[in-house]
Write a protein that binds this ligand. Structure first.
Ligand code: GCO
Ligand code: MG
Length: 417
């Protein structure tokens, strides 16, 4: 008698700075359930609706063993190709089904993917500061914690003044400091102002300083976060080549990926892209053309472990590596799902990691552990992470502070973040 899906529900909780969505899939076998990650923090409530109103009625009663069948059915059932909301909802069910399959097999999920090709997963963390000196100080701190890979930024993304974000939306005109600092026109609206050319200059100065002070042993990454005009991105990648980055991330927006060819023809700075991708048509040209080096997809944004497993295979065949997206807008279940894939992938590159707050560890048991530069799963069958729904309810949804997403150029032009 096949084990079937008995119930599916989305669990929305905000134990840290951002809204997290987990999905619990309960089965016809008493006590057998799975948990997956469906976190799209800027649109968490839309994902909850997609899970509870669309996937639940579609999938209840189906055989939990048939993960690929369920993924293809759920993906195609919307007819129009999935975007970020539906992909996240599908990811929550998909990862929960892999969790269930591991529990039924009595094995951690990495065993189902062919077993470990490494004993620990090397991680990188985020290092920021308002000056190159402050970035160096923080970098040295992370190196003492055992990190051998560190992302370095000076002033968040785009080098925003003092790394802060302006108040967003309507309201009084922006403060006098911003007006002076960015020389904005009269009547300029609120926003997170940044100056692309200043950002380039300050970041190159920072990199030069860090390499002079910290040397080339420490692997550094930097995230441009789509803040440059394409031709400036080409120049920036070329100037960064001397600093031997582990990778330079999101130098272009998803709408401008055709410019990657020009970058590739002019420099050997390793390139990373993918956290904003939802659809195979976005990443295939970059993989086929070997136009980037690291795949940065957010697993729930592309539909979960099932598509990510295929992407890791494509990376191996085309000479790319994985660097799954994983700052603070992902549940510990989602982190564990990435790690199980990282442990079994020959094409693994590096894993982004933002740590867990004490409240997140109170809501999610079995969180992966960081020790001396490496991440470890807890070896329990499945993904190894569970959610305490009562504890989750104690941290209700918070309106997302999206001020940093109202990015503006010095003349007030609104740009993507
Ligand atoms: C990264 C990302 C994040 C995103 C965030 C958006 O490389 O970790 O760029 O910092 O900005 O995930 O919600
Ligand atoms: Mg990024």
């Amino acid at each position: 008698m096949a084990v079937t899906i008995r119930d599916i529900r989305a669990i929305l909780t905000c134990p840290g700075q951002v809204n997290l969505v987990a999905v619990k899939v309960e089965t016809s076998e008493p006590g057998l359930f799975g948990v997956g990650c469906a976190t799209f923090t800027q649109r968490a409530k839309a994902v909850v609706t997609a899970v509870d109103e669309y996937l639940k009625p579609l999938l209840i009663g189906r055989n939990v063993n048939e993960i690929e069948e369920i993924w293809q059915l759920a993906y195609g059932h919307s007819y129009w190709r999935n975007g970020p909301v539906l992909n996240n909802a599908l990811s929550g069910v998909d990862e929960a089904l892999w969790d269930i399959k591991g529990k039924m097999a009595g094995m951690p999920v990495y065993e189902l993917f062919g077993g470990k090709v490494r004993k620990g997963v090397a991680a990188y963390c985020h290092c920021d500061g308002n000056s190159k000196e402050e970035v160096l100080e923080h970098l040295q701190g992370y190196m003492e914690q055992g990190y051998r890979y560190v992302r370095v930024q000076q002033g968040a993304y785009g080098g925003m003044m003092n790394g802060g974000t302006m108040k967003n939306g309507a309201g009084p005109l922006i403060d006098p400091d911003t007006i002076r600092f960015f020389h904005v026109p009269e009547g300029a609206p609120q926003g997170a102002y940044f100056d692309p050319k200043r950002y380039m200059r300050k970041t190159l100065e920072m990199m030069d300083y860090l390499r002079n002070k910290a040397g080339f042993e420490i692997e550094l990454v930097h995230d441009v976060h789509e803040r440059l005009a394409p031709i400036d991105a080409v120049a920036f990648a070329k100037e960064m080549e001397q600093y031997r980055l582990f990778f330079l991330e999101d130098i272009l927006s998803p709408e401008q990926i055709s410019w990657f060819r020009m970058v590739r023809e002019q420099c050997a700075t390793p390139l990373a892209m993918g956290e904003l991708f939802n659809n195979v048509n976005e990443w295939m040209p970059l993989i086929e053309g070997r136009l980037i080096d690291f795949l940065r997809m957010h697993l729930s944004q592309i539909g979960g472990l099932t598509p990510a497993k295929k992407l890791a295979g494509a990376a191996e065949l085309f000479g790319l590596r994985t660097a799954w997206h994983g700052p603070n807008d992902i549940t510990p279940v989602g982190v564990a799902a990435q790690l199980h894939l990282d442990l079994a992938s020959p094409a693994f590159g590096i894993q982004e990691f933002a740590g867990f707050t004490e409240n997140e560890k109170a809501v999610f048991s079995g969180c992966p552990e960081f020790r001396d530069g490496y991440l470890y799963v807890n070896e329990a069958p499945g993904l190894g992470v569970d959610i305490d729904e009562e504890a989750a309810a104690a941290f209700p949804y918070k309106v997302y502070d999206d001020a940093w997403l109202f990015s503006r150029l010095p003349d007030g032009t609104s740009v993507r973040s």
